[in-house]
Write a protein that binds this ligand. Structure first.
Ligand SMILES: O=C(O)C1=C[C@@H](OP(=O)(O)O)[C@@H](O)[C@H](O)C1
Ligand SMILES: C=C(OP(=O)(O)O)C(=O)O
Length: 415
């Protein structure tokens, strides 16, 4: 069965989170079109409301009423969403009040000390449970600091910039490798005093004003599953429409092009960020590649689906320094190795590097596990599509964490 046709993926999850959360600090009213319908962004909107922000929904748009930093002390459930929790930590650290942040069993396993420690240096009063959620915050007056991050993480960088925009003095954030810059772009558009400096970003205390309108581009990380499906499934051609093309998010496209795939990208607009269409056609002669540590943040959520593509490429693909994947919704390295391995793929880990030898025909037998991780569930669904069958996957419905209509869109493409 091939994949044929076009798909409009949901609004970008990262940008939707930021639009929702930043309204807590800003004045004005923002009408957001194409806000992501995913469960993670629903957690963000619920968090905004529990902290005193006003959110309305009208004709498919989300209307955010700026709370101007006047928040209410609250216990906030961040669900499965690391972005919600980490960005809120930075945002709430500078607000007067007491806040408690918690989440589901997966989020409770994820590291938060990487955010709590630098915030503490800025004067924040943050406590964690041995570096993990639940997190409590007593708002305090923050002081700007210079931060050189040990990990390239847009969530950590964003938390510190959100603290910095409320802090006395200058805050500088320098990453080991560049990561997505949605926070920097949106803060600048909302009037923040933010600029590039010393290879990172510096920010000063600023009043923020919401954009009156914001149209969220489609989520390229959601599109990625269907595009890779088309590349590896004979006879396929899929176009994804209206997807975000932020340079910090298109690492998968660059790597797949290097592997010899037929991927076409055409930019059609640049508001609020570059966006356009991406088409993929079956590529029978994919070649293995080496993906460098500096490229990983640009495709961090696409590693599972890139690993599936690599099982169909000639030679051994190496993904360097992907240790961050161990602390996502599941240990994604373990999940990829066991689940793709159970399908017959030849892949192994060496330290924080992942090796995938191809091409290997995949042969479904028995049942598979998503570990409750949406990116693993969707990767397994695309492996099934390649094999022309629907795999039995435990908790396949967790795809809704980022892409609620994923199975409907996949089915519509299957010919
Ligand atoms: O900033 C963001 O919106 C995100 C950043 C990434 O996490 P890290 O920055 O922690 O790697 C990514 O995995 C996550 O899905 C969304
Ligand atoms: C890691 C992810 O999200 P978060 O960190 O926000 O839970 C993801 O969407 O793959």
């Amino acid at each position: 069965m091939s994949l044929q046709g076009s798909v409009t993926p949901p609004g970008d999850k990262s940008i939707s989170h930021r639009a929702g959360l930043f309204s807590l600090l800003a004045s004005g009213i923002c009408r957001v079109a194409n806000f992501s319908p995913c469960a993670d962004c629903a957690s963000t909107l619920a968090a905004v409301e529990s902290l005193g922000g006003k959110v309305e929904r009208e004709g498919g748009e989300v209307i955010l009423h700026g709370a101007q930093g006047k928040l209410i002390s609250a216990a906030v459930d961040c669900g499965n969403s690391g972005t919600t929790m980490r960005l809120l930590m930075g945002l709430l650290a500078g607000r007067p009040g007491s806040y408690a942040l918690d989440g589901d069993a997966s989020l409770r396993r994820r590291p938060m000390a990487r955010v709590a420690d630098p915030l503490t240096r800025m004067g924040a009063k943050v406590s964690t449970s041995e570096g993990r959620p639940p997190v409590t915050i007593e708002g305090a007056q923050l002081t700007g600091q210079r931060h050189e991050l040990a990990v390239a993480s847009a969530q950590l960088k964003s938390a510190l910039l959100l603290a910095g925009v409320q802090a006395v003095g200058e805050t500088l954030v320098i990453e080991p490798h560049l990561s997505r810059d949605h926070t920097e772009r949106l803060l600048a558009a909302m009037g923040a005093d933010i600029a590039q400096a010393e290879g990172g970003w510096r920010v000063r205390q600023s009043d923020l004003e919401q954009l009156p309108r914001l149209r969220v581009p489609g989520d390229v990380s959601a599109a990625a599953f269907l595009l890779v499906g088309a590349l590896i499934t004979p006879g396929s051609r899929v176009t994804t429409l209206g997807v975000g093309l932020n340079p910090g998010r298109v690492g998968l496209i660059t790597v797949l092009q290097r592997m010899g795939s037929k991927l076409e990208v055409s930019q059609e607009g640049d508001e609020p960020e570059p966006w356009g269409r991406v088409s993929a056609a079956y590529a029978p002669e994919l070649k293995a590649t080496e993906v460098l540590a500096s490229e990983i943040p640009l495709l961090v959520d696409e590693v599972p689906i890139l690993a599936l593509a690599a099982t169909q490429a000639q030679g051994t693909t190496v993904l360097r320094s992907i240790g961050e994947l161990r602390v996502k919704e599941s240990d994604r390295i373990a999940a990829i190795v066991t689940q793709l391995g159970a399908l017959g793929a030849r892949l192994w880990e060496e330290g924080d590097d992942l090796f995938i030898a191809g091409p290997t025909p995949l042969k479904p037998q028995g049942s598979y596990d998503s570990y409750g991780d949406h990116r693993i569930a969707m990767t397994l669904a695309m492996a099934g599509a390649l094999c022309g069958q629907t795999l039995e996957v435990a908790d396949a419905a967790c795809a809704g964490v980022s892409y609620p209509d994923f199975y409907r869109d996949l089915e519509a493409l299957q010919q």
